[in-house]
Design a protein around this ligand. Structure first.
Ligand code: PXG
Length: 287
């Protein structure tokens, strides 16, 4: 069965779900998106993702031509139409086709696209043994230039850092902000554990406020773990007892090495493993 893609109110076979080459999403990366997981036919934290999509759109002055309620329904219908049990939803809204120029007033018809498909995950081994990452030399976008809180179609900043990671044989890379502080990874947020306290950079570090990040902070608090959003520098990461990343695709993944330095005992730590289990249960609606 061919994958059916929701585009502007219609479910079309994926070959027919196409956008105009004059779309500013293609020409300028002018648009917003979300990546959402489906667990056992249930679209995970859909409300939070739809809210973030509309906030991203508002921040770039893009009016989405449907209500959040209709968007929610479109996601659920697309997931059902493709028989997705465990998978992934990509929500995209582009600025639409326009003249060859930056002026948004010369664009029309923003494209609303919902793709429901399977997802490629990190290999199981990385969850069991932990992953190695590096610090990229590419810093995160200066928040005064483009807020990292906008999940925009322009991911070059992260892609350049990701290339540094893959060149070094690592699946992720840490990005610092313009002040040299720890921000986030290319598609994941970062957490560390020091003396039993869970620490992560706050939104003012210039990060995407990950929905997985928020869920993990909540689960940690419920488990009686002290959680701090605070400024972190590379030194804090190097001397951490435990390190892990969170993201829609990664869920909770341990990190055991960064820039060649071994973190803690060099194996996934107890708090990381506990939070990973709690997150898995939560995602499957067992909490
Ligand atoms: N930081 C950045 C820069 C991201 O892009 C996260 C953190 C984690 O946020 P969530 O809300 O997912 O916990 C992201 C998320 C993909 C893909 O296909 C990327 C993300 C999510 C899902 C899929 O590359 N990035």
């Amino acid at each position: 069965m061919s994958v059916k893609v929701f585009i502007n109110g219609k479910l079309l076979p994926k070959e027919q779900a196409v956008v105009n080459v004059y779309d500013h999403g293609l020409l300028y990366g002018d648009g917003v998106f979300e990546g959402i997981r489906v667990y056992s036919k249930n679209v995970f934290l859909l409300k939070e993702h739809v809210e973030r999509l509309y906030e991203s759109a508002k921040a770039i002055r893009l009016e989405i031509p449907m209500t959040p309620e209709a968007m929610t329904k479109a996601v659920q219908e697309t997931v059902a139409a493709n028989g997705i049990v465990d998978g992934y939803v990509r929500l995209v809204v582009t600025r639409g086709a326009g003249a060859l120029g930056l002026d948004i007033r010369k664009t029309s018809d923003p494209q609303v696209i919902v793709i429901a498909d399977t997802i490629t995950l990190y290999p199981d081994e990385l969850y069991e043994k932990g992953m190695a990452i590096i610090t990229a030399s590419t810093i995160r976008n200066h928040p005064g230039a483009l807020s990292a809180r906008i999940k925009s179609l322009n991911y070059l900043n992260n892609i350049l850092a990701k290339i540094e990671g893959t060149d070094a044989g690592c699946a992720e890379a840490l990005m610092l902000n313009h002040k040299g502080e720890v921000a986030e990874c290319t598609g994941d947020n970062i957490f560390l554990v020091k003396n039993g306290v869970l620490k992560t950079p706050g939104p003012d570090a210039g990060i995407l406020e990950g929905i997985t990040r928020n869920a993990v902070m909540q689960l940690a608090r419920e488990a009686g773990i002290t959680v701090q959003e605070c400024t972190l520098i590379r030194h804090d990461v190097y001397v951490a007892d435990e390190l892990f990343l969170t993201g829609t695709a990664a869920e909770v993944i341990p990190v055991v090495k960064i820039d060649g330095r071994v973190i803690g005992a060099g194996t996934p730590g107890p708090i990381t493993q506990d939070l990973r289990q709690r997150f898995k249960k939560f995602a499957r609606g067992e909490k």
